[in-house]
Design a protein. Structure first.
Length: 130
């Protein structure tokens, strides 16, 4: 199948499919005319990629995980590459959560200090630009 059909069958636009190819996540054959030709397994592969992206994994992480992926959701087998990549991603998420919690705490402190100085109470009635 060509890229347009793969796009229709997966709901992923052709631009994204070409990106997945550039990241080594998809490997279409090339027809004599130079067009990308995908086999039936590409539909499942794209669905797996979308689920893994939805879990917050990077395309680099996914490249390591795909050999361990089974089924659409996908179920991930306990490959060493898989476990290392997921643990690394979990550490990055934990670091981000810690930074966000510290930022939130500092912002709450600033708001409390401003309110003590006679400012508007939290939450403000008017939206403040981000």
């Amino acid at each position: 199948m060509r890229i347009g059909e793969l796009s229709r069958r997966t709901g992923v636009n052709a631009h994204q499919l070409r990106y997945y190819e550039s990241q080594g996540l998809l490997a279409p054959d090339r027809g004599a005319n130079g067009y990308r030709e995908y086999d039936e397994s590409a539909v499942l592969r794209v669905k797996q990629i979308r689920h893994l992206l939805g879990a917050g994994l990077s395309s680099e992480d996914i490249a390591y995980l795909l050999p361990c992926a089974v089924g659409e959701a996908p179920e991930l087998l306990g490959c060493p590459e898989l476990l290392a990549a997921m643990r690394s991603r979990l550490r990055r998420l934990d670091d981000q959560l810690d930074r966000l919690a510290r930022s939130r705490g500092a912002l709450v402190d600033y708001i409390d200090a401003a309110e003590r100085q006679g400012g508007e109470s939290y939450p403000p009635s008017e939206a403040v630009p981000a």
